[in-house]
Design a protein around this ligand. Structure first.
Ligand code: SF4
Length: 63
């Protein structure tokens, strides 16, 4: 599955990096970096990040 983050919305709160640290992390300058191609078995963690994001910036695109 593809993971998309709208960087116009993201404010680097980091909740996504707490619930799914293997997919999302904050770089040195607090800019979010993420894997945009995530194995299907990590879907539950990504969905948790979608729900945790206070800016609703994360979306999943099914292939
Ligand atoms: S939780 Fe949302 S706002 Fe915070 S870093 Fe992740 S994508 Fe950005």
């Amino acid at each position: 599955m593809k993971v998309h983050v709208d960087m116009n919305l993201c404010q680097s709160h980091g909740e996504c990096a707490i619930v799914a640290p293997d997919v999302f992390h904050l770089g040195d300058d607090d800019v979010l970096v993420w894997h945009d191609d995530v194995p299907e078995d990590r879907r539950a963690a990504v969905e948790e990040a979608v729900n945790a994001c206070p800016m609703a910036a994360i979306s999943i695109e099914d292939e």
